[in-house]
Design a protein around this ligand. Sequence first.
Ligand SMILES: NC(=O)C1=CN([C@@H]2O[C@H](COP(=O)(O)OP(=O)(O)OC[C@H]3O[C@@H](n4cnc5c(N)ncnc54)[C@H](O)[C@@H]3O)[C@@H](O)[C@H]2O)C=CC1
Ligand SMILES: O=C(O)C1=N[C@H](C(=O)O)C[C@H](O)C1
Length: 248
Amino acid sequence: METLRVAVLGAAGRMGRTVCAAVESADGMELAARLDVGDEVADVRGAADVAVDFTVPSATEANVHALLDAGVHAVVGTTGWDGPALDRVREHLAHTPGLGVLVAPNFALGAVLAMAFAAKAAPWFESVEVVELHHPDKVDAPSGTARHTAAGIAAARRAAGRGAMPDATQTGLDGARGADVEGVRVHAVRLRGLVAHEEILLGNPGEQLTLRHDSFDRVSFMPGVLHAVRTVASHPGLTVGLDGYLDL
Ligand SMILES: NC(=O)C1=CN([C@@H]2O[C@H](COP(=O)(O)OP(=O)(O)OC[C@H]3O[C@@H](n4cnc5c(N)ncnc54)[C@H](O)[C@@H]3O)[C@@H](O)[C@H]2O)C=CC1
Ligand SMILES: O=C(O)C1=N[C@H](C(=O)O)C[C@H](O)C1
């Protein structure tokens, strides 16, 4: 089996540094390039097979288009993606046959499972809310994971014919009920000492189910990232969510 050459974008960041170390110690991979602000993405042409992007929401889409132009598969963990941005990548991929792009809001296997469990459980409860808790250096809120979790919950409830959730709130302070993601309330906590955590609260009369996932360390994301690096070439086109590469 040939060695996979991996470039890391955002290599100087918290996730980028952890990914570089994971790639360097992974079997069958070599770290081909470390790129950060000011480096030219086009330089990976011919030097890398797969690039991993953990940069910032304002840069990640342009990075993916540059990687496709360079003929390199992309594994993207950066948050901030919306429907139109994903559509533009789909359109680009239509002109770059054979290339794959994965955009995944969370590479921790437990978080991926928690999202799947939440979607499965959501139609069976009157109320569902999402609470995400992160380190205070995070630039976006709510987290990409929480938005993806809420969207999955909303889709499952729509498919089951579930109506709006009960909420009698009429007055109060702006933001007290969190963000509205397709009818699901999402609350964001920022606290020194935390890494990445999420709770999905599901309520019925007289009972509550709580699903909780904790990433205590960024190494929690590495098995998912390495699995994606090994898999992306065999999934041409755009995949959203690591669950697309797992047999859940
Ligand atoms: N999908 C997942 O499992 C996870 C996703 N994330 C997401 O990954 C992203 C990065 O998170 P952190 O590493 O904590 O942030 P960070 O701020 O520590 O690192 C970001 C790095 O990107 C660099 N950068 C900025 N613009 C760039 C550009 N145009 N080209 C190349 N590099 C550029 C910065 O200089 C910095 O070194 C965030 O969006 C975060 O939400 C974080 C953890 C897990
Ligand atoms: O910024 C982070 O740290 C994380 N970002 C991702 C998100 O926004 O969901 C994944 C994880 O929660 C850590």
